[in-house]
Design a protein around this ligand. Structure first.
Ligand SMILES: C=CC1=C(C)c2cc3[nH]c(cc4nc(cc5[nH]c(cc1n2)c(C)c5CCC(=O)O)C(CCC(=O)O)=C4C)c(C)c3C=C
Ligand SMILES: [Fe+2]
Ligand SMILES: [Fe+2]
Length: 337
């Protein structure tokens, strides 16, 4: 039987925490037209402006969470890849990062060298966005064309509502949810509102009202990142047995001046403290691996902010990371294609 390879793709991190390496990474990331979706001259100008200020700040953030082995996101993704390799009986398994190393190109060539005749591409993003999923798919297709590789590609779609993903989340968050806590915040990575409007097939549903994501028809849900985040939060909370007042959703990591999807995590943390929440749990189901956005933005800066606003504790619930139940769930999702 011909070998079917599995390519896991995540975002990627800078090579090191030096300002120069962080700048190189941010330039590659932000110059991606799927991330800053503006015409090239405007994108170049905007990114240059961001790069004139942000790299030292970002480098400091990375330095505060860096592991001796490297970036948590990359190290965790590599560990996950090793566990998935043990479970995937159809052929070789490799990890590629959309930005920096290990590249998608190296991973794809390694799969082909190990005899893969077809490949399952698994973008490790539960929710669909052009700035993550589409760019990972396009880069993979570009490399296939560049090397004239004769391989068939199957793509794992967004899995935000799939039971193996939800079961893995329920199982790995169980120890945190078993503790005493006042409120669970599900903080998802944000997106500029423009990205939602652009993909709305109805051209009128997205951002039309405070509950538009809850009433999104399937065709909108298929491409609306915000609606998918809210749907996965609802499914998770329901299956975890949480009452509506015990949990809420917000969106983090805003960059630049454009309007991003709301509510913003930064604002919501203050609101929760003002409402009398003392012991806050925070989870980030849009990230399958802990990264600078969870370990620094939420667990360091978010915690400081929440306590300064009157809260007592903020505990970060770990992401799925390289938990065996997640490796099994991922294989199950890919085998079902
Ligand atoms: C979960 C999915 C993600 C979406 C959607 C996303 C969109 C998006 N991100 C930026 C800007 C930045 N993101 C940064 C880090 C980062 N982003 C994601 C995931 C999504 N991004 C991850 C997993 C990470 C962590 C990477 C790591 O090395 O740990 C950063 C870099 C860090 C910083 O300087 O804050 C930026 C910048 C935009 C503009 C965007 C959509 C348009
Ligand atoms: Fe991001
Ligand atoms: Fe929407």
């Amino acid at each position: 039987m011909s070998k079917q390879g599995l390519l896991l793709v995540n975002l990627g991190s800078p090579k090191s925490t030096s300002v120069a390496d962080v700048k190189t990474y941010l330039n590659q990331f932000l110059m991606d037209p799927y991330v800053i979706d503006l015409p090239w001259p405007i994108r170049r100008l905007l990114v240059s402006l961001i790069l004139s200020k942000r790299p030292p700040e970002s480098a400091q953030a990375y330095a505060s969470i860096w592991w001796p082995e490297g970036s948590p996101l990359v190290v965790i993704s590599q560990r996950l890849c090793d566990k998935v390799r043990e479970l995937w009986s159809h052929g070789p398994v490799e990890l590629g990062m959309r930005y920096a190393e290990p590249s998608i190109e190296k991973a794809l060539l390694a799969l082909v060298e190990q005899g893969a005749k077809s490949i399952v591409l698994a973008p490790l993003y539960p929710h669909f966005a052009d700035s993550t999923t589409t760019t990972a798919i396009e880069e993979t297709q570009r490399i296939i064309a560049k090397h004239s590789l004769n391989i068939k590609l199957k793509i794992l779609p967004a899995f935000y509502a799939d039971q193996p993903y939800l079961d893995a989340l329920l199982s790995t968050t169980q120890p945190s949810l078993a503790q005493d806590f006042d409120h669970l915040l599900l903080s998802f990575h944000g997106l500029p509102e423009r990205h939602l409007r652009k993909l709305d097939p109805t051209k009128s549903h997205c951002l039309s009202g405070p509950d538009c994501c809850k009433t999104a028809p399937q065709e909108v849900l298929d491409t609306c990142y915000r609606a998918q985040c809210i749907r996965s939060a609802e499914l998770f909370a329901e299956q975890a047995g949480l009452k509506p007042a015990q949990w809420s959703v917000s969106f983090q990591s805003r960059l630049g001046r454009a309007k991003w999807i709301e509510p913003y995590t930064e604002t919501h943390l203050d609101e929760l403290a003002q409402q009398g929440v003392k012991r806050l749990l925070v989870m980030s189901p849009a990230f399958v691996a802990d990264c600078v956005e969870t370990l620094e933005e939420l667990a360091i800066r978010g915690r400081e902010q929440f306590i300064a606003a009157g809260g007592e504790s903020l505990e970060l619930v770990p992401c799925l990371n390289d938990e065996p139940v997640w490796a099994q769930a991922l294989v199950q999702l890919c085998e079902a294609l």
